[in-house]
Design a protein around this ligand. Structure first.
Ligand code: FEO
Ligand code: CA
Ligand code: CA
Length: 662
């Protein structure tokens, strides 16, 4: 079936008109400030909140320290095989790939990477991190559960003798593939702060691995039990083995963890599918981007033989980390796509709101609003809140309005005529449904996070090198977009002054355009220059924003994925979101070469920032992985021991004096 494509020839003109008007008013030098501060400042003033003063940007030199509320000394740009934090801070490894998780787990042994051991040990490529206090609900910042996703694995880095991905795909053994399947998924680790240093509590009763190989889960919500989720192994369509490609996630107000299944298509082989799944598998890239050899040993990953198995993945999975026996649940009401994260907040009436990005070129930003409100007094009532509600997709209008379009079967084009016979079809093929509604095609939405201090929502768009000139729109004005950008969504205020995260329309604004603001503008590409606060330093710019966290003051901490190819290691940058330091990003952390940084997560008192250093040493300072494998990583992080391979690890960053970070 032909899909309609969102296209408005007027977008480019509107964008150019906005730039031209601002240039005329402020001069080109103030473009960054205008984009980042201008309209939002007036809006905040209108709302009667703490409005930044847009005029102070034109008042001549003021020291950077007086602009930003952040006081740490910036970490210099650069790239080497080590971590770097500001003076007066420490970064220590909490747990790394292969370390014990479940009681009785053996220690990491690079010569014994097996399914059996891996099922008990910390998985590969840690991504999303959550810290849940112990005891439950205590608010502790010194004792809790560290919950970590394990997104992917590279056999060339896990085992000797597999030089590159294609060799690994063709030559890996069944035992290696099964170890890999057990390495993906999720870990729960009990941790405590002792003498200023985080340590894993050995043999904890909470220690748990959730894997692609062995963890059975339930599906619930409108698509559960549908024929398109049934396979030769499961005629119920509601009993699913495993989760994998677990990227970012979220924590619910009732203390469960949301695990997001992202690039699940990379695990399936197959070229020809039944007509009923052709549009679906093409849109998700099933069979066309195979990076894992699982189908060589497990028929369910051969999508020609099991064309419904891919439909059982690409969901948001909820589980209770406080109950090691709890069965994880795939919540189909939240839609199926390449889920990056799932950040929750509450609407003024208590309904639960989940913001989600679909991390692929030209894919969408989504929002789910539960039908019933969260009830803090009745845990049982919250158990299935995410099964009933409304999933919407975002349309960014050029006038700065954001509209949430409901993905509801029978409404608008979401009918049988367009291949949607039920709400299950709408959810299984959320991408195609969203396209039909006219959603805005974005530059790879990663985290979409609500700032608890202000209620504003930040969309991290990592990059989109597939956007070609002529395809720009107001919210994605670069073609190509090599460095990504950050959008700010402003929900309206409800009567009680709270932001209404269930409103049908918001305002939106560009918060910053990533990339090097000191670079001369390209004469060959139609593109938007990097734009931050005009006083951003040479260490303060970044590329490819990915995950985000907020500290207690509502400052935004951004993790990146893509710096290596520019010769600057990935890391963490922090910025105020309002006031004179708005969009004045400052580098806080630098990861070792080859690593992206994921899952930034504060303890409640903000004295510790946990970060996931993912796939360290897997590529060189220009992003090339040629000649890089198990025996020759570019960084032997975190052990720096010639006898050990590079290992992804969770790092805890603290101040030496134990104070709050920032
Ligand atoms: Fe798994 Fe979109 O990063
Ligand atoms: Ca990510
Ligand atoms: Ca990424």
């Amino acid at each position: 079936m032909e899909e309609t494509r969102e296209e408005s020839p007027a977008f480019q003109d509107v964008w150019r008109a906005r730039i031209a008007r601002r240039d005329a008013l402020r001069g080109l030098g103030a473009l960054a400030a205008g984009l980042a501060v201008g309209r939002a400042a007036h809006a905040e003033a209108a709302l009667g909140t703490d409005a930044p003063d847009p005029t102070n940007l034109a008042r001549g030199p003021v020291t950077r320290e007086s602009r930003s509320t952040l006081r740490f000394a910036e970490v210099p740009q650069g790239v080497d095989d080590r971590m770097h934090v500001p003076p007066g801070h420490t970064a220590s490894v909490v747990i790394a790939w292969g370390d014990p998780v479940v009681a009785g787990a053996p220690p990491f042994d690079p010569a014994q990477v097996t399914r059996e051991r891996q099922e008990l040990q910390f998985g590969t490529e840690n991504d999303f991190l959550a810290f849940l206090p112990l005891p439950r609900g205590s608010g502790s910042s010194t004792h809790g559960l560290l919950c970590a996703n394990h997104e992917g694995a590279q056999l060339r880095m896990m085992f000797p003798g597999l030089e590159d991905r294609s060799t690994a795909l063709a030559r890996s053994t069944r035992a290696q593939v099964e170890a890999e399947m057990a390495a993906l998924g999720h870990s729960v680790v009990e941790v405590e702060l002792v003498d200023g240093r985080w340590r894993v509590v050995a043999a904890s009763r909470y220690g748990r691995r959730i894997t692609a190989a062995s963890t059975w889960m339930r599906a619930t919500g409108p698509a559960a039990g549908h024929a398109r989720l049934c396979t030769s192994e499961d005629s119920t369509g509601a009993r699913i083995l495993g989760t994998f490609n677990c990227c970012a996630g979220g924590v619910t107000p009732w203390g469960t963890v949301l695990v997001c299944e992202e690039n699940v298509n990379k695990h399936f082989s197959g070229k020809s599918f039944p007509a009923s799944e052709r549009r679906n598998h093409a849109r998700m890239g099933v069979g066309s981007e195979v990076e894992y050899g699982w189908s060589r040993f497990h028929a369910r990953f051969d999508a020609e033989r099991e064309p419904h198995e891919p439909n059982r993945h690409g969901w948001v999975v909820e589980y209770d980390p406080y109950d090691p026996l709890s069965v994880p649940v795939k919540r189909t009401a939240l839609g199926r796509f390449k889920h990056e994260g799932a950040a929750t907040t509450l609407a003024p009436d208590g309904r639960v709101v989940v913001y989600m990005g679909d991390d692929d070129e030209h894919e969408f930003v989504y929002r789910f609003v539960s039908a019933r409100p969260f009830d803090p007094t009745d845990p049982a009532a919250n158990r299935d809140l995410l099964d009933t509600g409304e999933l919407c997709v975002a349309r960014f209008e050029p006038d700065g309005t954001l509209r949430w379009l409901p993905l509801v079967h029978g409404v608008g084009p979401l009918t049988q005529e367009h291949g949607f016979a039920s709400q299950a079809d709408v959810l299984i093929e959320a991408r195609s449904a969203a396209t039909l509604l006219g959603a805005t095609r974005m530059d790879r939405p990663e985290d979409v996070e609500s700032n608890p201090a202000t209620g504003r929502v930040y969309v991290l768009l990592t990059n989109n090198t597939k956007r070609v000139p002529g395809e720009q729109d107001a919210a994605n004005p670069r073609a190509p977009n090599r460095h990504g950008h950050v959008l700010e969504l402003v929900p309206p205020t409800a009567r009680d002054g709270l932001r209404d995260h269930a409103a049908a329309a918001y305002r939106w604004e560009v918060f910053l355009f990533a990339g090097d603001p000191f670079e001369l503008p390209s004469t060959t590409e139609i593109t938007q220059r990097a734009a931050y606060h005009p006083e951003v330093s040479r260490d303060g710019w970044f590329t490819c924003p990915d995950n985000a966290a907020f500290d207690a003051q509502g400052r935004l901490w951004i993790a990146t994925d893509g710096g290596s190819r520019l010769g600057i290691a990935d890391g963490i940058w922090a910025t105020d979101t309002l006031g004179p330091g708005r969009a004045l990003t400052r580098r806080f952390f630098r990861a070792p070469v080859g690593a992206e940084v994921c899952g930034p997560c504060f303890t409640p008192d903000c004295t510790t920032l946990f970060v996931a250093v993912q796939h360290p040493g897997e590529s060189d300072a220009r992003g090339s992985s040629k000649g890089v494998h198990h025996a020759r990583p570019t960084a032997r992080f975190p052990d720096y021991d010639e006898a050990l391979p590079a290992r992804s690890a969770v790092v805890a960053i603290r101040r030496e004096d134990g104070g709050a970070l920032g």
